[in-house]
Design a protein around this ligand. Structure first.
Ligand code: ZN
Length: 391
């Protein structure tokens, strides 16, 4: 039996790249069947929802970097490390529902525990969560950054086995803690966890198995190594040095040349400061790096790191988009980065982040123009996930 044909109409449509007027999006079986801008009448048998002349339709938004298993409290590390499996899975379920309600219909989870996002993807219906691009536990050194998530591996044999395990379990991406990080007691962000040959081995093995590879990289030499190793996306890209923050323009130029995706860590709840001392101490300088990376023309996509702290709870995503606009990105480019570009970055290009025939029917309806004011992404009239209205 065919499912119901939906006709969604609005005065304005952002299709992932362009703004069009007087649009109609036809949805059936969870997929976009057609998109029309001729003002044609809806098919006779369609169920019509008209969002009016001021209404906007756009693709569901995409967060390139979240942690669904982390609960966004000040004790998030302790909870994800110590809670039992069922409790962490429940945290992930709640995180996913909260995220979907904000119009984020696809997330890339770059660090779960015990592959629990894969369990979530299997057990929770698509209409109750975003689509999840999953990394499983990040690959890290023994006792290294986020070792408590269960992804410790060192040396060629272990590293190749770690990549293969992720492929076999059904992960989409391999996340590598290439440098130390801020959330792990005893870890130093300036410390290089893997050398260039290790990183190249991981990237090559992931690509051979059809997975993408994302690197957590704060330290400057680490950033240089992951670019050289051919990583598909670089997380944070913060250029931390012993003295503070030191952007290397030659490395920015190189990612522009290669088309490497830069998942910039943006979005914090109003009135909150980063809980990691290094991030708090260099808050202004880190924002300055993002502004320069944007101005250089790199393929920037928003990654909130949602879940890691009270400043970054699940649902923080709209603040990431307002921050990108504040850092100099035009609103239309913010929307593109949050949809069609982010879809490419997370390996879902063409299926997500666009309102085009054959794309998944993950759709956001807004009551006002996000091109005029990016904060309109919170003026939500409806959220559709896989063709079902979920808000
Ligand atoms: Zn993260």
């Amino acid at each position: 039996m065919r499912s119901e044909l939906l006709a969604l109409r609005a005065g304005h449509v952002f299709d992932g790249v362009n703004v069009r007027q007087s649009g109609m999006v036809l949805v059936e079986d969870g997929v976009i069947r057609d998109v029309d801008f001729t003002g044609a009448a809806p098919p006779e048998h369609a169920a019509v929802t008209d969002f009016g002349p001021d209404g906007w339709l756009l693709p569901g938004l995409i967060d390139a970097h979240v942690h669904l298993c982390w609960d966004g409290t000040k004790d998030a590390v302790e909870h994800v490390a110590s809670d039992d499996r069922e409790a962490v899975l429940e945290t992930a379920r709640v995180s996913a529902a909260t995220t979907l309600a904000t119009g984020v219909t696809t997330v890339r989870d770059l660090g779960d525990r015990d592959y629990l996002t894969l369990a979530l993807r299997e057990q929770v219906p698509p209409t109750e969560r975003p689509d999840i691009v999953a990394a499983g536990p990040p690959v890290t050194t023994h006792g290294g950054h986020c070792h408590f998530l269960g992804g410790e591996a060192e040396g060629a044999e272990q590293l190749c086995a770690a990549v293969r395990e992720r492929a076999e379990r059904g992960c989409d991406v391999v996340k590598v803690m290439a440098s130390g990080g801020m959330m792990t007691p005893g870890s130093n962000s300036l410390h290089q966890q893997y050398d260039r040959s290790d990183l190249r081995l991981i990237a090559d093995e992931a690509h051979r198995l059809g997975l993408t590879v994302a690197a957590h990289a704060h330290a400057v030499p680490t950033i240089a190594n992951v670019i050289d190793a051919g990583f598909d996306s670089i997380e944070h890209f913060s250029f931390l040095t012993a003295e503070g923050v030191g952007l290397r323009q030659d490395l920015v130029d190189e990612v522009v040349r290669r088309g490497t995706f830069i998942s910039v860590t943006v979005g914090i709840m109003p009135g909150k400061t980063p809980s990691a001392p290094a991030a708090a101490a260099h808050f202004g300088a880190l924002a300055d790096v993002v502004a320069k990376v944007i101005a250089s023309g790199a393929r920037v996509v928003p990654g909130t790191d949602a879940g890691i702290s009270p400043g970054k709870p699940h649902g923080v995503y709209p603040h990431a988009l307002t921050q990108l606009a504040e850092l100099g990105m035009a609103n239309r480019d913010v929307l593109r980065c949050a949809t069609s570009e982010a879809a490419k970055a997370v390996g879902r290009g063409g299926r997500k982040g666009v309102l085009l025939p054959h794309a998944d029917a993950d759709i956001l309806a807004l009551g006002s123009s996000p091109v005029d004011d990016i904060s309109a992404v919170t003026d939500i009239s409806a959220v559709y996930r896989a063709g079902h209205r979920v808000r």
